[in-house]
Unconditional design. Structure first.
Ligand code: APR
Ligand code: PHB
Length: 394
């Protein structure tokens, strides 16, 4: 067995693990990152792409914002479409100039992996049989196999950044943790297409056939989503059917359509709200999807991961500088306040914009009234806008 020693052991090299590694590196704090997938798999995995201003600022402050500042697409609003009308929510005007940036998670992860290699600190891809031990002691360990060798990494702390299906959260005794969960009776079928975006901003559309979302990744790539059943079989969705459905659900306003092009990626994502409390057990700290999941409608998942690791990095830096554990003690409560506000917002956006098979005729009328209100009252628009661009850091 090979023995390694570090200050912070990080399980998972998604946005949470990689950004934490970079923030710690900048404070001179050592870490070992352990990831079970390959570098290419982690980069290629298609996920979200909307960054709050605070996430952009954190990337820039962390020295990983060069490409983001050049290639990221700043958006100062979104469109909401329903009943054949389209309304713009003007973020910049409603929130004193704040905005979001469209920059794919693939690009975020690419930039962070590059920074990790540049730091010269260790990262193991394709680790197998990862497990964590002794999290209730002062020197917990991460064990894994890599290239036919068994490793044990002795740490001061472990950060569980291994996503929703990782091993860190399940390693916490169930009597120490409460789970809050809601599973939605619909899913998203998402595609990427080689087509120039035919609108400058995102369009969230509620149609009687279900929700549809128009988004983008670059001046040449459009990202689109359709509400579908959670058990939908993707083989029943040939490209023609997808375009036809998108045209119907997005085209109710003024005959507008997304540009069509070659579809080069397709996938179905379930929708769930999930929170594990507290986000800590002994010297194991959960961050990002390992601790919570939001449905994608509010585009909060990646941004929550960023705010968790920001809080964790600040707390660890304070501990190593002063020996004071107060901020580490407050990490879970501080992160959860933001998590729950994002949960509320994501649940609200999701409920407002999807056709639920469980909805009554009353629910459907109320839903249209909600959209009517949110697109006509400045107070309601401001509430949407300030949540979408990201609430202030507290
Ligand atoms: N050992 C090591 N690594 C693991 C293990 C394991 N047993 N299980 C999972 N992982 C890795 C995954 O392969 C993945 O690369 O942990 C990483 C977790 O990354 P994400 O799932 O991307 O989660 P996170 O970093 O918290 O990012 C937040 O918000 O909007 C969402 O989906 C978006 O992924 C984004 C997430
Ligand atoms: C995306 O571009 O992938 C995207 C945009 C907005 C969302 C969710 C996903 O609410």
């Amino acid at each position: 067995m090979k023995h390694l020693r570090t200050q912070v052991g990080i399980v998972g090299a998604g946005p949470a693990g990689l950004l934490l590694a970079q923030l710690l590196h900048l404070e001179g704090i050592d870490s070992v990152v352990v990831e079970n997938r390959s570098r290419q798999y982690v980069i290629d995995r298609v996920r979200a792409g909307v960054l709050e201003q605070g996430t952009v600022d954190l990337m820039v402050e962390s020295g990983v914002g060069h490409r983001l500042q050049k290639e990221g697409m700043r958006h100062e609003g979104i469109f909401l479409e329903f009943n054949g009308t389209r309304h713009r929510i003007d973020f910049a005007e409603l929130t004193e100039g704040r905005a979001i940036t469209v920059y794919g998670q693939n690009e975020v992860v690419t930039d962070l992996i590059e920074a990790r290699f540049a730091s010269g600190r260790p990262i193991f891809f394709e680790a197998e049989e990862t497990s964590v031990h002794g999290t209730d002691t002062h020197s917990p360990t991460i064990q894994f196999r890599h290239s036919d060798e068994t490793y044990e990494v002795r740490c001061d702390f472990i950060a569980g950044c291994d996503g929703f299906h990782g091993i860190c959260r399940p390693s916490i005794p169930s009597n120490e943790m409460s789970i809050y969960e809601r599973v939605y009776p619909f899913a998203w079928l998402g595609i990427l297409a080689h087509a120039a975006p035919s609108c400058d901003e995102l369009v969230y559309s509620l149609h009687e056939r279900g929700f549809a979302l128009f988004s983008m990744r670059s001046p040449a790539v459009t990202r689109l989503y359709l509400q579908c059943a959670p058990d939908e079989d993707i083989s029943h969705w040939p490209d023609d059917r997808i375009w036809n459905e998108l045209d119907i659900r997005l085209g109710s306003f003024d005959g507008w359509r997304p540009n069509h092009g070659e579809i080069f990626q397709k996938g179905i994502t379930g929708m769930r709200s999930f929170v594990a409390e507290p986000m800590r057990s002994g010297r194991l700290f959960l961050a990002g999807d390992a601790g919570h999941i939001v449905p994608p409608t509010g585009a909060k998942g990646l941004n929550l991961a960023a705010s968790d690791v920001r809080n964790l990095a600040i707390a660890l830096e304070a501990f190593y500088r002063t020996g004071n554990q107060d901020l580490l003690g407050g990490y879970s409560a501080r992160s959860l306040r933001r998590v729950w506000k994002a949960q509320r917002f994501s649940w609200w956006m999701t409920s407002m914009l999807h056709i639920s098979p469980e909805a009554s005729a009353f629910d459907q009328r109320r839903q249209i009234a909600e959209l009517d209100y949110v697109t006509s009252s400045r107070a309601a628009m401001t509430s949407l806008a300030e949540n979408y661009v990201g609430l202030p850091v507290d």
